[in-house]
Design a protein around this ligand. Sequence first.
Ligand SMILES: [Zn+2]
Ligand SMILES: [Zn+2]
Length: 97
Amino acid sequence: MTLPKPETCALCGRPLGRNWNVHHLVPKTFGGRVTVPMHRICHSKIHSVFTERELLQQYHTIEALLSHEAIADFVKWVKKKDPDFHAPTAKDKRKKK
Ligand SMILES: [Zn+2]
Ligand SMILES: [Zn+2]
């Protein structure tokens, strides 16, 4: 089994930078095996918006993720950024609410 080297992020579609993650579409906790490449920032965004259970029950496809308003807005915003751009405050913003 050979996996092609991923070149683009499954979430935002931009080229991957030097640092990237894999996201389990179905959380590993629930036995998910399908992974997609993602920027670190895109990946942490997903986990700041959804719980593992929401990912399992509803948001286990890229289409479903992108249909969520918070993710759609995020993708629009991140598309203008550098591929290696990472905002460590992405999660903090949410907590202050
Ligand atoms: Zn991305
Ligand atoms: Zn993930």
